[in-house]
Design a protein around this ligand. Structure first.
Ligand code: NIG
Ligand code: FE
Length: 401
């Protein structure tokens, strides 16, 4: 096992390991003139350069800031077709939910995705995942959910499995929109056929449901997520994107890993999240692209919740191909401080995926880290439209330098 000592680190910045809530989200450790010892894909030692253990192999990063690799806890990176006409229609005033209710929107992506082969889906998703990784995402969650039928859902998850040979991915089965007829049969088949098969084939680690007026009701969501739990899968929800119909409360009750969106959440939902272990994941790209109100991330942190940030990369509501941009937008649109945003995009995002082995630069953690172009880590939250990320290291190996 080769030990590599990374030096030339102006600032080594890390949140505390594990999920952080409320005020603790701001408490970063910033070590100046630091060094980082990596071996076997893990961090072995972190400290001041002058105190570093002697090693044969040293890499000088040239005096830049080092932060943990970002974790993107919410993407729909596998899709076919495009939503450019939707985009134009929305800009001219047609709301997202109306496009969906008319059979467009998500349903049009479902038609295109269902018609694509697994190889086509892999080829379409690869450059998107490459863009996320270049932006600093060292672990990325990817959802299914654009399959019209179960075969297409499984094909999406198989595409994710194939891409996981090249990227660090966590697959989630997303039950996205109900069929226009036969919803009860559909929900039953999801619980009795699809979930057992996905669990059996180990194709996903969690099940997510879009709980919304235009999608699944709270009762349907509960039925599906109880089936997921019964098959040993974790649960997540898309909730309160347009209406607070009870999805957040359900997530907290079920002990879901995370509940994501929250643009329509109010004081009752904030209080429920603050009292639960469920991660509140906000997706500022949706606020930017759909012109929705921002999720109340500031109020969630102030109330003591565990807040994470994701890109929600997808063709309809968030064509955001950069996890660093999501972090920067969380500061501008959701009122997080740069320190809170870094915590939200690292240890808290990891917690939203059930992971505690990454997101903080501490001995024993995965050696997933970023070398910035700048000597000051705050450039990560400041820069818009160019990448402040110079180097990306996954399990101690450079994947961008
Ligand atoms: O997280 N809101 C539901 N699902 C996705 C959007 C998917 C799409 O528009 O294609 C979301 O925003
Ligand atoms: Fe989403």
């Amino acid at each position: 096992m080769t030990d590599t000592l990374y030096t030339g680190i102006s600032q080594l910045v890390t949140p505390r390991p594990g999920p952080q809530r409320g005020r603790a989200m701001r408490e970063l450790t910033v070590l100046e003139d630091a060094a980082l010892l990596v071996s076997g894909g893990l961090i072995r030692w972190v400290g001041r350069r002058v105190e570093a253990p002697a090693t044969a192999h040293e890499r000088d990063l040239g005096g830049v800031a080092v932060v943990p690799g970002l974790v993107d806890p919410h993407t729909h990176a596998v899709w076919a077709g495009d939503r450019l006409s939707d985009f134009e229609a929305r800009v001219e005033g047609v709301p997202y939910e109306i496009l969906l209710a008319r059979g467009g929107g998500i349903r049009s992506t479902m038609r295109a995705t269902a018609a694509a082969s697994r190889d086509e889906l892999v080829a379409l998703a690869r450059p998107r995942l490459q863009a996320l990784r270049d932006s600093g995402a060292t672990t990325v969650e990817v959802k299914s959910g654009y399959g019209l039928d179960f075969e297409a859902e499984l094909r999406m998850l198989e595409a994710v499995r194939e891409l996981a040979l090249e990227f660090t991915l966590l697959p989630t089965l997303l039950i996205h929109v109900p069929p226009s007829e036969g919803r009860a049969e559909y929900v039953r088949a999801v619980c009795e056929d699809l979930i057992p098969e996905v669990a059996q084939e180990n194709l996903a680690q969690a099940v997510d449901v879009f709980c919304e007026k235009e999608a699944f009701s709270v009762a349907e969501t509960q039925t599906i997520l109880e089936a997921a739990k019964a098959h040993g899968l974790a649960t997540k929800l898309h909730a309160d994107q347009f209406h607070a119909v009870g999805g957040v409360e359900l997530a907290c009750e079920l002990g879901s890993l995370s509940v994501d969106h929250l643009e329509a959440s109010g004081p009752a939902q904030i209080a429920a999240l603050a009292a639960s272990t469920t991660v509140a994941t906000v997706l500022p790209g949706v606020t930017l692209h759909l012109g929705l109100p921002a999720a109340p991330a500031r109020a969630l942190v102030d109330a003591g919740a565990c807040v994470a940030v994701g890109t929600d990369l997808n063709p309809g509501s968030s064509p955001v191909f950069s996890s660093q941009l999501a972090l920067a937008l969380a500061v501008r649109l959701c009122g997080l401080t740069p320190a809170e945003a870094l915590t939200a995009c690292t240890v808290n995002a990891a917690a939203g995926l059930g992971l505690t082995d990454r997101g903080a630069l501490v001995p024993g953690a995965r050696a997933d880290f970023l070398a910035l172009h700048s000597a000051d880590w705050r450039d990560l939250a400041y820069t818009l439209g160019a990448s402040p990320v110079r180097g990306v290291y996954v399990s101690g190996q450079p994947v961008k330098e």
